[in-house]
Design a protein around this ligand. Structure first.
Ligand SMILES: Cc1ncc(COP(=O)(O)O)c(C=O)c1O
Length: 481
């Protein structure tokens, strides 16, 4: 390791005696840029860029930390942090006694079947999820007699949980009368029950041209006519909504206006207002499905607030911001609706929620665990979105703390061929057809970043996506037009 340093013109300290091997290992380094953020981040960025541009190859060894610190003229701790950051981003793997390597299929556990089709929250990186579930259940069992946790929960739930739900929803909906709230075993169950209560086979339901597949599934199951309403850059167009109401006679509208599944779009406040006005004018009922809001710190007010609660079922699932296994969603029925139609539908399909899981929800909200978990999931989601921005050179739509991204494929890729080609290399993503009211969707895919067990495997999966996009570009569209 060179001890003696000199400065080269770019300001990067130059070791006086570097072996050719060491010099080759340093070839991806660059001078630090002034005011471009902490140096450890800059080193991680250099690694990311060099992998992206092909300067560094899968499996290649990078310098020992001390050698790199000497080469760059920084403290060892700066390089230690940089390598930790690079590991978090899935760029490198480090092995005790062997060193650090650019992450590739040869150097990582396995890429067999990484499923990025499911929109689930990522496990917090600190591995705290299992501990929180276990601690929460222990407290639930200490505080509740088993008899209380055993029966069916088909009636409005405990006063304690309703008050907890009221507090949970307050930042989004303001002060609520908890008596009006319903608790359902997930938003999907609520959607099915609401559709059953409000529509008969052959009735129309309005929604976006691309929408949550669970809505399509429920509506098709009930024999409803699904009518797509055109949208523009701000989301559903109010004039087209009015026209669709007139032409189809629909009394029901489904929207997922915050961090839309699948396009990751959030409807701005002005458009929400315009949609609310159409709802009130036409007297149609909105199902406002809002599971992702609780991960976003900058979402506009729900449409339910703009209608004063009239004509709107507001659905707040805990699946995306806490844990899908809770199977819990809070539902605020339209003002003046006693929620009996909804409860009847829920009772007919599932006999309500699990008392044990509801007690866990209550415990998590009251103890502050739920809020902490949201923050941990946001942190992990942010890191994963950052990883995607680093590894994917194509434009995509996403939110910095969102769970998925929406990627328009280059013109020469058809979505079906793309998803199949990705499957062949062990990565599953959801093609646009799964979300489309029309039989064929656009050539785009939704990539759910929470599906990978950790950032390293996500990094590998995303590199496969990037490789495939590039590979096809190199074919110039010949093979796939
Ligand atoms: C928009 C939307 N609504 C509802 C759900 C399902 O919610 P739950 O788990 O509460 O049934 C999903 C899951 O992907 C979703 O994306």
């Amino acid at each position: 390791m060179p001890m003696c340093m000199d400065l080269q013109p770019g300001g990067i300290p130059m070791p006086l005696a570097e072996t050719p091997r060491e010099a080759a290992q340093m070839r991806w380094t660059k001078p630090f840029k002034p005011k471009a953020g902490p140096r450890y981040i800059q080193i991680a960025e250099m690694l990311a860029e060099s992998i992206q541009s092909g300067i560094l190859q899968d499996g290649e060894q990078i310098p020992p930390q001390r050698a790199l610190a000497a080469h760059l003229g920084v403290d060892l701790t700066t390089v230690t942090r940089a390598y930790a950051e690079a590991r978090d981003r899935g760029l490198i793997a480090s092995y005790s006694g062997r060193g650090s390597f650019i992450l590739g299929a040869r150097e990582t556990p396995t890429l067999a079947g990484i499923d990025l089709t499911m929109n689930i929250p990522p496990q917090p990186a600190n591995g705290s999820m299992a501990q929180r579930v276990s601690a929460g259940l222990e407290q639930v069992l200490q505080r509740n007699r088993i008899e209380v946790l055993s029966p069916y929960q088909d009636e409005p739930t405990t006063r304690s949980l309703l008050q907890a739900a009221q507090g949970w929803l307050k930042p989004a909906l303001g002060d609520l009368d908890s008596r009006s709230l319903a608790v359902c075993s997930g938003s999907q169950a609520a959607i099915f029950a609401i559709l059953s209560a409000h529509a008969r086979a052959g009735d129309a339901i309005l929604c976006d041209p691309l929408t949550y597949p669970g809505l399509l599934l429920a509506a098709r199951q009930l024999g409803l006519l699904i009518v797509a309403v055109a949208s523009d850059a701000d989301g559903m167009r109010p004039d087209d909504l009015e026209q669709a109401c007139q032409e189809s006679g629909a009394r029901l509208l489904y929207l997922n206006p915050t961090f839309h599944n699948p396009t990751a779009h959030t409807m701005p406040a002005a458009r929400r207002q315009a949609i609310a006005e159409v709802l009130l004018k036409r007297g149609i009922t909105l199902i406002e499905d809002d599971p992702y809001r609780y991960l976003l710190d900058d979402a506009p007010a729900p449409i339910a607030c703009l209608t004063g609660g009239a004509n709107t079922y507001y659905l707040a699932s805990l699946s995306k911001c806490l844990w899908p296994s809770l199977r819990t969603a809070f539902v605020l029925p339209p003002r003046g609706d006693d929620g009996q139609g909804l409860l009847k539908g829920l009772r007919a399909s599932s006999m309500g929620c699990s008392a044990l899981l509801l007690a866990l929800v209550d415990q998590w909200i009251r103890s502050g665990t739920a809020r902490e978990l949201v923050q941990e999931i946001q942190r992990e989601a942010r890191a994963r979105q950052h990883l995607a921005r680093t590894l994917l050179s194509h434009e995509f739509q996403a939110h910095p703390t969102g769970l998925h991204l929406w990627l328009q494929l280059p013109a020469h890729w058809h979505q079906e061929r793309f998803t199949q080609a990705l499957e062949d290399v062990g990565v599953s993503v959801a093609g646009a057809d799964s979300f489309s009211v029309a039989t064929q969707g656009p050539d785009a895919v939704r990539i759910s970043l929470g599906g990978a067990p950790d950032q390293a495997l996500l990094g590998q999966a995303l590199r496969k996506v990037e490789g495939l996009l590039k590979e096809d570009r190199r074919r110039g569209g010949r093979a796939f037009v």
